[in-house]
Every structure is written in C-alpha cells, then in structure tokens.
Write a protein that binds this ligand. Structure first.
Ligand SMILES: Nc1nc2c(ncn2[C@@H]2O[C@H](COP(=O)(O)OP(=O)(O)OP(=O)(O)O)[C@@H](O)[C@H]2O)c(=O)[nH]1
Ligand SMILES: [Mg+2]
Length: 440
C-alpha cells in the first residue's frame, strides 16, 4: 500500500480520505492550515511548508496529496521543494477513474481527461526547463518534455475523434429505441448513493455494487422488470464535488445518456448528515438541471433502512424545500421499501391514454398477440366461451399499430375510447399505415 501525506486548507478531509482509500493509498500524516484561499506559490503558506518539510525530513512516504486543485506553478514548486510526487484532488479522481475503467469507451474517456489534465502541468515544466530552471518533466530534459507534449496533443485529438463517433452512435441508438416505443429512465447521483444496487433490484441485474467510490464508470442499460418491459433503466457514472471539468467533458457521451432520458431518478444517501446530503444534492442538481427538463426528475432518498422515522421526516422536510417543484421518494433498496411506489411512478412515464375493448377468437394466435402486447401495454383479458374479451391500454401514438395487429389476428370487435374501430375483419382507418410487429 502506498504511503502519503495530505495537505489541506480545511479540516474537512473525510471525502479525500475515502477517495484515497478507494485508491489503496494510506495517509500517514495530515497537515492543515486554515486558509480562505490557497497560497498562490506554495498552496499552504510558505512558513507552514518549511515546517512540514523539516518535520518530514526523516519520514518515508511515496507521494503527497493536496486536498484541492493545484495550479501548475504550485505543483512545480512543491515537487521541487519536497522532491516527491504531488497530486491534487482532480488528479486523485482521475487515478480512480483510470483504475476502474474497463470498457473501451471508459478507457478512452479517462485517457483523454488525463491528457488534458496533464497539459498545463507539462507546459509549466517546459517553460521552467526553457528558462533554464531544471531539467523537464519526468526528469527527461526539455527536449523529451517537448516531444511528450506534442505527442500528447496528437493522441488527445485522435481520442476526441473516436469519442465523437461513439456519441453519434449513442444518439442513433436512442432514436431507435424511442421509435420502437421504449422509454429510458436514468439513475443519477453522487458516487456511492446506491445507483447500481437500485438497478439490480429494479431490473434483476447483476451490476457491481461496492462501498468504494466510483465503482461504476460505464453505462449499463436493462429492462425494468414488472408488468411492462419496454422501459429501460440505465446505471452510470456517479458525481462528485468539483468533478474535474476535463473529466466531465471527456465523459460527455456517458452523461448524455442521463441528460436525454425520459425520466431521471436522482439518488442521495439518506443515512448521511444534513450537510453532506445538501452539498451532494446541490452538486448533482448543478450538473443535471442546466441540461435536463425539470419535469422529468424525481429525487430519491435511498438507504432509509439506516435511519429512524423521525430522521426520515426531517430529511423529507429540508430536501423537499431544496428541490421544489420536483418530487421526492424515500426508499431502501436493500429492504425493498418504497420500491413498489417507485416502480409505479416509473411506469407512469408511458401515458397509456388509449383504451381498446377487443373481442378475439379463442386461438393460440390471439393469446400470443396479447402476451406480446403486454411488453408495451396494460392488458386484461377474460375467456368467454370461444372468444377472448380483452381490454388493452396503450400509448395513443401506438394505437394505429395495435389496431392493425389485432385485425391481422382476426379480431371480431375493436372499440376504442374514442369510438368503434372495427367490426369483424374490416380494416379500420386507425390501422392504415400500421407496420412491423409488436415489441418483443
Ligand atoms: N443500508 C443500505 N445500503 C445500501 C442501500 N443501497 C445501496 N447500499 C450500499 O451502498 C454502497 C454503494 O452502493 P452502489 O450501488 O455501489 O452505489 P453507486 O451509486 O452505484 O456508486 P458508484 O458506482 O460508485 O457511483 C454499497 O455498499 C451498497 O451495498 C440501501 O438501501 N441500504
Ligand atoms: Mg455504481
């Protein structure tokens, strides 16, 4: 396990510690200096840095971590001063992403974010090396640094091109799904809120669930289990405060999957304290709201099995006032509490406003059609002698197609809530232009 020291201008280092824990780095000493802003040359004040430097003379550690964002000049100064590797908060997050990236797309996105993140630091090393300060980045000398910088730029451009292609591909997939009558629900929220655990429950999936931060980097989409299966649920990368902008940018095609969903479930961990809940929700809303339509968002307080009723009421009260006019649902994924209500709310994104009363002959073909229609419609049926009487609720835009399929199956009678559609085997107006087969 790597040993690190941690420098911070606040005493609030809990999140950084869990990030480092995720990365397998052990903090051996922590140094605070309460400052409103970091010192512009040395992050902590120069006096404090001298003090730390002296104190650490005999200590063995592999790297130094800064609980904040370093400017290239501060980074250069600190590495020179301590002769150790320094890494800031965006750098730590990038390393975690790097370790957790498994799919080709996630690897490309992380590589791009890293290349962009490194560029200002590289420029600083080149600048310092050219002004005769020290040999360049990675001790390779000014020439090597220059070459690496140019190579990195070309590499970044190549990855950007590949990612643009992937983004187009996702757009095509989304359009196709919509055409086929699928609706998409995205799970969003701070890392570790329980998104993957909820996907597993809602869709009987088996995505990795872990107490580490950023267990999920790539998107998994599964069908919602239950009465209708044409609702897809997507689990994707979690948010974190001060997410490096390069990373947001590089993960754009993954995040688009959230932004363009028909419904977003924004999860938070209700077992945390008020401050954590508020700041994590704020971070998530700041990322989501500018890009999503307000009406499609439901905020979901997860892990209520870890709190009592009094606490739950209290959370509902302050969260509701924060997120108005959005709706709030409180659930426990582990104990399956509140999941039925949540499923109902998800089901309601598909407005099944058209209602058909249908009589079909009692044949395998009729029963097969009704069972296929269940994927996208609410269907109830009763066998009466040699006939099947069914009530079918579907989306108004699917009405023509559904009537067409019913007629093809030999429906004896089709009456919709806006009047009769067909009697006997006659073709109705609504069925003209119907094509394809029911969703399976
Ligand atoms: N007690 C309790 N724990 C939960 C619940 N839901 C999830 N967890 C736990 O919370 C931790 C994080 O769950 P994940 O589903 O991996 O969280 P995530 O939001 O997907 O996290 P990232 O992929 O890292 O962004 C795991 O240890 C889960 O077992 C819940 O309802 N109750
Ligand atoms: Mg996850």
């Amino acid at each position: 396990m790597k040993k690190a020291i941690l420098l911070s201008i606040t005493e609030d280092t809990a999140e950084m510690r869990s990030l480092l824990d995720t990365l397998g780095v052990r903090v051996i000493s922590e140094f605070h200096q309460n400052l409103r802003y970091p010192h512009k040359v040395s992050f902590l004040g120069p006096g404090k840095i001298e003090e730390i430097h002296k104190e650490l003379e005999e200590s063995e550690f592999d790297l130094a971590v800064v609980n904040g964002t370093l400017r290239p000049s501060q980074h250069h100064y600190l590495e020179m001063k301590f002769q150790r590797e320094f890494i800031d908060r965006p750098g730590v997050i990038l390393r975690i992403f790097s370790e957790h990236a498994h799919t080709q797309e996630a690897i490309a996105q992380v590589t791009l974010a890293k290349l962009r993140y490194e560029q200002p630091f590289l420029r600083e090393w080149i600048h310092k090396a050219k002004s005769g300060d020290r040999p360049g980045f990675l001790a390779g000398g000014a020439y090597a640094t220059d070459v690496y910088y140019e190579h990195a730029k070309t590499h970044a451009r190549r990855i950007e091109k590949g990612l643009r292609e992937l983004s187009k591909q996702r757009e095509i997939t989304r359009a196709k799904r919509r055409e086929q009558g699928y609706s998409l629900v995205s799970l969003a929220g701070y890392t570790n809120a329980g998104k993957s655990a909820l996907l597993n429950r809602l869709c009987e999936a088996s995505v990795e669930v872990d107490d580490r931060l950023f267990s999920t980097l790539s998107t998994t989409t599964r069908r919602l289990k239950g009465s209708r299966a044409n609702i897809l649920v997507s689990d994707t990368v979690g948010f974190i405060r001060d997410l490096p902008p390069d990373l947001i940018d590089a993960f754009n095609s993954t995040l688009e999957e959230i932004f363009y969903a028909d419904m977003i479930l924004l999860l938070f961990d209700s077992s945390e304290n008020d401050e954590e809940i508020k700041s994590k929700l704020r971070t998530s809303l700041d990322i989501l709201l500018p890009k999503t339509e307000r009406r499609s968002l439901i905020v979901v307080g997860n892990k209520i099995d870890l709190i009592d009723d009094e606490r739950k009421k209290n959370i509902v009260c302050f969260v509701q006032s924060m997120i108005e006019p959005h709706e709030l649902q409180m659930i426990s994924t582990v104990e399956e509490e509140g999941l039925d209500t949540l499923r109902e709310r998800i089901g309601a994104i598909q407005k099944l406003s058209a209602v058909l009363s249908v009589v079909l002959p009692l044949k395998d073909e009729s029963m097969g059609l009704l069972s296929r229609l269940r994927v996208s419609c609410d269907v109830s049926e009763e066998i009466v002698g040699t006939r099947v009487e069914a009530t079918i609720q579907c989306r108004s835009e699917d009405l023509g197609k559904v009537v067409g399929w019913l007629e093809a199956a030999g429906a004896l009678k089709i009456i919709s809530n806006d009047g009769p559609r067909a009697e006997g085997a006659q073709k109705s107006e609504a069925s003209s232009g119907s094509e394809g087969a029911p969703l399976t």
